[in-house]
Design a protein around this ligand. Structure first.
Ligand SMILES: [Fe+2]
Length: 244
């Protein structure tokens, strides 16, 4: 909190995994009241631990309704930053499509801690993860349709890297066993198609989830910055984002 205050930032962007379902809203409320600057965020898989996706999102929306400047980008309207730059977001969901889901032996705490994923066999879990990824892409598509006619530069917050090239682990991007759970094909497919279709628009995607930092240039006009994370040691990421 002290380093955030001393940094002189005028708004805070959080790309998810803020806490767990029990502590999420108290922590957001504490940050919001103590920093007294706009806080824009998406949620990550950890934020749903101990509950369901629907319940956490509903409670988060209700919580933000009463607090000006605290914005859950998964649900709220796009936020203009300048005449040309707009901020949008979606949580994203690792959708078991990158890597080799059928063969992986990786199992995450998500599958015990999040009600929507509990008690499923491997095949059913894979289908559920795909369904969640598709819903995130639908949500992102609605935001994109709303802002593309008016804004040329989009800053997009999401939790899960939307490309395997942005799924960093110790300096390398992508791993067949881990990529199914650390990248979202559905949102990435949408972003790639969209920014190929709109070559004069630019998008900067900010994400997290993998705990390792890296920058991936997917297209000349589409760049993905993945932030670093260490448990219980939040830090300000590379603040250099071009705002037009
Ligand atoms: Fe995560």
């Amino acid at each position: 909190m002290t380093s955030l205050r001393q940094s002189g930032i005028d708004q805070l962007l959080l790309t998810g995994d803020i806490s767990n379902s029990k502590d999420l809203l108290p922590r957001l409320g504490d940050l919001h009241s103590r920093l007294a600057i706009p806080i824009r965020f998406v949620l990550g898989n950890h934020d749903y631990y101990g509950s369901s996706i629907e319940e956490v999102r509903s409670a988060t929306n209700h919580f933000c309704e009463k607090r000006e400047g605290l914005s859950y980008l998964g649900s709220c309207s796009p936020i203009p930053l300048t005449d040309r730059t707009v901020l949008i977001g979606c949580d994203g969901w690792a959708d078991a499509r990158f890597g080799t889901y059928a063969k992986t032996t990786v199992r995450l705490n998500d599958f015990l801690q999040i009600e929507n994923l509990r008690g499923l066999d491997h095949k059913s879990l894979g289908l559920r993860l795909q369904e969640l990824g598709d819903k995130e892409a639908d949500s992102l598509q609605k935001h994109l349709q709303a802002v593309l006619p008016r804004f040329r530069h989009l800053i997009i917050l999401t939790h899960v890297p939307p490309f395997e090239e942005a799924c960093w682990y110790q300096g390398k991007a992508g791993h067949p066993d881990w990529s199914p759970f650390f990248s979202c094909w559905a949102t990435g497919n949408l972003l790639r198609k969209t920014f190929m279709k709109y070559p004069r628009h630019h998008a900067t995607v900010l994400c997290g989830h993998t705990h390792y930092a890296g920058v991936a240039r997917i297209l000349p006009n589409l760049i993905v910055r993945t932030g670093r994370a260490i448990y219980r040691q939040p830090e300000i990421q590379d603040p250099i984002i071009e705002i037009w």
